[in-house]
Design a binder for this molecule. Sequence first.
Ligand code: E4P
Length: 216
Amino acid sequence: MRIFLDTANIDQIRQAAKLGIISGVTTNPSLVSREGTADYEAIIKEICSIIPGPISVEVLVEGVEPMIEQAQLISSWAPNIVIKIPATTEGLEVTSALAKENIKVNFTLCFSLNQALLGTLAGATYVSPFVGRLDDAGHNGMEVVKDIVDVFAHYQLTTQVIAASIRHPQHCVTAAKAGAHIATVPYKVLMQMLHHPLTDVGVARFLSDWQGVSRK
Ligand code: E4P
């Protein structure tokens, strides 16, 4: 399972990039709005220049034609941009049109296997089931991820499944076990994935034991 960073924060992206394990970034209008800039193009271009992998960027308009036009514009900003299109009726039509133009789509705000299946039939490169939001609504978000992964594998569909709306490290464990191709994680969760108190204790003990040897 590959790891994408789910943020529009440049500092977090730079920090995570140094670790050498981030394959891509997912943004959304809420994440960008937190960065206190109205310059969508500038912030997206900066993210694209830091991480060479796929950078998901959401359209900010509704309606088939406006979404297609904005997707074409956004995808011209950098070669690694993937356009996020919501799993709606209009979104499905837009996804089909963009796929015909070889513009990569992340079919987002997916909450069911049926939505994901329609996204892949329309030619989406990625589908993003939102695990945390499903859990919040009383469903089992990771079961939806597993169903999508299993059905795509059964029919040899090449669309990749991004486990999104990840809230804690256990979500990453279950996403990997479910066979998600990618988990897109907030920076805080990425750090939580790595941190283990026994590692800290072990490092401290090794160093102090070695200092004892050196003093003799
Ligand atoms: C994914 O592409 C979305 O940006 C993100 O995972 C949404 O997460 P949230 O439900 O925590 O807002």
